[in-house]
Design a protein around this ligand. Structure first.
Ligand code: SP5
Ligand code: ZN
Length: 333
């Protein structure tokens, strides 16, 4: 198994997030990758494929925002990290926005995703890591991308849920552009991958299947219900399988089996797995009950389908258990 990571992915380190009515320490800390690196051993740095594959998925205005938001924030006299306080909820339209606060609302979906001076650097190399692992799998190997920051909450033109660039979408689109006719994404992070769903909502060439905590009880609340199935050419290529808090291996494995059956009918040339270890029983912000050993079982079920698989890291916030949980999952391949 080839492992990809770039040390610049560590740089993004907001001090705090706004959650449940107050400031709390930022949960998506750079130490997450240190824990995974310690468990997995040596990794390869990705080649630099440039911005083009990122712009195949993301809006140019949004990329400009990610690059310039922190400097605009400092120029407006602010201290600390960029964070929005007003969002364009109704009749959102393409008006000219200059003030950083207006831009921050336009290009983010929540107050748990502050931007720092280093956000673009980490996001850029994060995308390169995902692209390098995808290239390695398309060349016939097995690969894991140690993606950090995570990606699946980021849409084409917004950041959210600790995510800036949607690495799964960038990987899937790169595979399409490299000649794969059909790509499937299996998202087994605790949270629904609203950004990935949005990006491929009306596309029939990329299947998105997600297992996640019911949005009735968990972030991101507004996406991930069973009746969200895609539209137009994408009608039927989105599958949402919400699960109750407390879900253990049996329930999770059954739902994953359902997702794999649907993906098998779609017959993908490549499977992208958005893997979050925040489904672990001791995760500090999540409420499923998978054990470390369960991850190997789930990965073996995926591997048994026989498709080329590239795994990308998403969430997982129990830093001390993260290395063992990722190692267990990868052992299944
Ligand atoms: C990729 C991913 O797993 N994103 C999850 C975003 C969830 N954000 C909502 C919950 C925020 C809880 N933050 C608790 C911080 C404690 N210090
Ligand atoms: Zn998550």
């Amino acid at each position: 198994m080839r492992l990809f990571f770039d040390p610049r992915q560590r740089a993004h380190a907001p001090a705090r997030e706004f959650h449940n009515g107050g400031w709390t320490p930022y949960a998506e800390v750079p130490e997450r990758v240190d824990a995974i690196l310690a468990a997995l051993g040596p990794v390869e740095a990705p080649a630099d494929a440039g911005e083009a594959p990122i712009l195949r998925v993301h809006d140019a205005g949004y990329i400009d925002f990610l690059k310039t938001a922190y400097d605009r924030w400092v120029a407006a006299g602010r201290a600390g990290d960029v964070i929005a306080y007003a969002w364009p909820v109704v009749r959102r339209r393409d008006v000219r926005l200059d003030r950083i606060d207006a831009l921050a609302g336009r290009y983010t979906m929540d107050a748990v995703t502050p931007l720092t001076a280093d956000t673009w650097t980490s996001a850029y190399w994060n995308a390169q890591t995902a692209l390098a692992a995808t290239g390695a799998v398309l060349a016939g190997g097995k690969a894991f991308a140690l993606c950090r920051p995570p990606g699946h909450h980021a849409g084409a033109d917004y950041a959210g849920g600790y995510c800036h660039l949607n690495t799964a979408a960038i990987a899937a689109q790169a595979a399409r552009d490299a000649g794969c006719a059909r790509v499937a994404i299996l998202d087994i992070d605790y949270h629904h991958g609203n950004g990935t769903q949005d990006i491929f909502w009306d596309r029939g060439d990329v299947f998105y299947a997600s297992l996640h905590a019911d949005p009735a009880t968990d972030f991101p609340f507004y996406w991930g219900h069973t009746d969200e199935v895609g539209e137009a050419a994408g009608e039927g290529t989105t599958l949402n399988l919400p699960l109750p808090q407390g879900t253990r291996l049996e329930g999770f494995r059954r739902a994953q089996g359902q997702a794999l059956e649907a993906i098998a009918r779609f017959a993908p040339d490549l499977l992208v797995v958005s893997f979050g270890a925040d489904t672990w029983e001791g995760d500090p912000i999540s409420k499923f009950a998978l054990t470390t050993a369960d991850y190997a079982v789930l990965a073996r079920d995926i591997a048994a389908c026989g498709w080329p698989v590239v795994t990308l890291m998403e969430g997982g916030y129990a830093v001390d258990a993260l290395g063992a949980n990722v190692a267990s999952f990868l052992s299944g391949f």
